[in-house]
Write a protein that binds this ligand. Structure first.
Ligand SMILES: [Zn+2]
Length: 401
């Protein structure tokens, strides 16, 4: 705790330390062999190569040696009950064993439908995502900058599945940090969809501030600009086709000041890739450079840092983004052109939701996108002006702009 307190003070005094001016902490990639198992059946948006492609690309680039990697453990039933309803946990466990659910369970827990299908290993995969996020938080408390791309299931509810999410691993990362003595945790969600499950989980907890930038009008329809959660949430619902300059504006004019004001002892960032141009389930237009820069900037705001994955339904933009992000987090700039072995991994990806003619040639040969510059629309400026920063301690709110 003494170490934590000391780091907290450093973070408060130097919240915007320029990149490269302090020793870079060691980074750890948390993954699992389960990433190679088929999941979600054949017709689901998540039935695409995701973390396995990232791990393969990182390995080819020399960025994922034994020292970089930790295998994600599986959370057991008692660990899962730290947040989830025991009856729901038991229902998913049983459904995995018998490969089916009856209509009562389907209705009550939203399991076994198109959105949250049953597939072999469904419980194990979800419980391993939770175990990975708990480990990510534990290692972050030891000074590691942790990246757990299979995490980020931000829609999961205490007593039901929701939005392709069976459990809610970001909640467990945050709870682990709180349980180990961190006084305030900032949760920042860059996925194209609102983090309704995480926001609601901590609605009554003044130790956590959730902040989200997401596309307006997308499922689940929550996270309006005036939605303050329990009083500490910041929500930035952005218009379609959000460009890099608009995203950067909101990051620096709204999100970073809000995080700073909260003075977190730890930060958890969910970096879904569905905000990137070319995602079939969202309409934002970011380059991966914008997300990399944002995660790096956010990780400078607290001494304890956890980076999770999230959504992302275009396997090419997802694999390039999370591979490049991991490179950045461990101090390696993406090469201008990929070696043939890496291009072969990207060329082998397939996705029913992306037409062949829409697969851009550069998605097969590079990691970094071309920046998507553009003008900053008035409604984006208005969003930043409307942000009310969460204040630590009392739960009181302070308008800073
Ligand atoms: Zn999403």
């Amino acid at each position: 705790m003494a170490v934590l307190a000391e780091r907290d003070v450093i973070a408060v005094q130097q919240p915007t330390r320029p990149r490269g001016s302090a020793p870079r902490p060691t980074a750890t990639f948390i993954g699992s062999s389960l990433a190679r198992s088929p999941a979600f059946g054949s017709l689901h948006p998540l039935a695409i190569p995701r973390v396995a492609a990232v791990m393969d690309l990182c390995a080819v680039l020399g960025w994922l040696g034994e020292a970089d990697f930790r295998e994600s453990p599986e959370a057991d039933l008692d660990m899962l009950a730290r947040f989830h309803d025991r009856a729901y946990v038991a229902a998913l466990h049983h459904a995995e064993a018998v490969h089916e659910v009856d209509s009562v369970v389907r209705e009550r827990y939203h399991l076994g439908n198109f959105e949250n299908p049953l597939f072999p290993g469904v419980f194990r995969k979800a419980a391993t995502a939770v175990g990975g996020s708990i480990l990510a938080a534990e290692l972050a408390l030891e000074g590691q900058l942790t990246f757990h791309p299979a995490g980020g299931t931000h829609h999961g509810r205490r007593d039901r599945a929701s939005g392709f999410c069976y459990f809610n691993d970001p909640v467990f990362a945050i709870l682990t940090l709180l349980d180990r003595g961190v006084e305030r945790v900032a949760y920042v969600d860059l996925d194209a969809h609102h983090c309704d499950g995480v926001q609601d989980a901590f609605r009554q907890d003044p130790r956590v501030a959730t902040m989200s930038i997401h596309e307006r009008g997308r499922w689940p329809g929550t996270g309006a600009a005036d939605d303050r959660g329990g009083g500490r949430s910041v929500n930035l619902p952005v218009p379609p086709q959000l460009n890099d300059d608009e995203f950067d504006f909101l990051l620096h004019e709204a999100l970073i000041p809000a995080v700073d004001r909260f003075r977190p002892g730890a930060i958890v960032v969910t970096c879904g890739t569905d905000a990137l141009a070319g995602d079939p389930l969202a309409g934002m237009a970011l380059s991966n450079l914008a997300l990399w820069d944002a995660v790096e900037s956010l990780c400078r705001l607290a001494p304890v840092r956890v980076v999770l994955g999230g959504g992302g339904y275009n396997p090419w933009t997802l694999a390039r983004c999370w591979t490049g992000l991991w490179g950045r987090l461990r101090g390696c700039e993406p090469p201008p052109a990929l070696p043939a072995e890496a291009s072969a991994i990207l060329s082998a990806l397939r996705c029913d939701l992306v037409d062949d003619e829409d697969v851009r040639p550069e998605w097969l040969t590079t990691l970094a996108d071309t920046p998507n510059h553009g003008s900053i629309r008035q409604e984006v400026r208005s969003l930043a002006r409307g942000v009310v920063a969460p204040s630590p301690g009392s739960g009181a709110e302070v308008r800073f702009r």
